[in-house]
Each structure stands twice: as structure tokens, then as C-alpha cells.
Write a protein that binds this ligand. Sequence first.
Ligand code: SF4
Length: 108
Amino acid sequence: MKIPDYTALICKGFCAFYREGKEELHCGGYEILRHSLTSAELEALSSLCPCSDTLKHQIPPEEEEMRSLVCGTCAFAADGCDYREDRSGPPCGGYHFLRLLRAVRHGG
Ligand code: SF4
């Protein structure tokens, strides 16, 4: 079961695939964020990285290192993920969030 603060910030805030009640699976990005940040830190960082419906549906450019790191142990691998397979769909909210954090860190 997901901890509500993380779900509210990462999944409801950043994920185009989020559906209420289907919260038992955790994407790779969610797991990295949950293990790296407290919910207070996550909340503070999310205010630096505003999301929008447009961003949720964006398909980022090829990022082999990022995809390998974030998607490598993702629980959605069994069901398939269009972004992970061939980038024919957007990534999940955890992936978007981590990309935005990286951009903030690098000043872009
Ligand atoms: S983009 Fe897809 S494979 Fe990668 S972490 Fe998200 S759901 Fe998992």
C-alpha cells in the first residue's frame, strides 16, 4: 500500500496513468523517490517543479541512463510500459518528477 502523501504528490500530481484505487503497484520512479526523500522534502521539491496536464503527457527524448536507472526495477515491467518499451507513450509520474528534479538541479 502506498503512503498517501507520496501518492498525492507523485501519482496524482505527475502521472497521466493514475487511477484511484489502483495503487498497489509502485513504479520505479515512485520507489526511488520514496526511498530518497521524506514526504516533507518531496512536498517542498514538488513546489519547485510544477506539473501540468501537458507535461504529464509529454514523451521525453531518449535518455538511456535515466531510463535504465528509473525503469530498471519497475513493478510495471510485467504489464508493459510504452515509454520503457519504445517511447510510444509518456512515462509515469515518478519518472517525470525525477526528470524535473534533475532539470532544477542543473539549472534548466
Ligand atoms: S516510465 Fe514506465 S517503466 Fe519507467 S518507471 Fe515509469 S512506469 Fe516504470
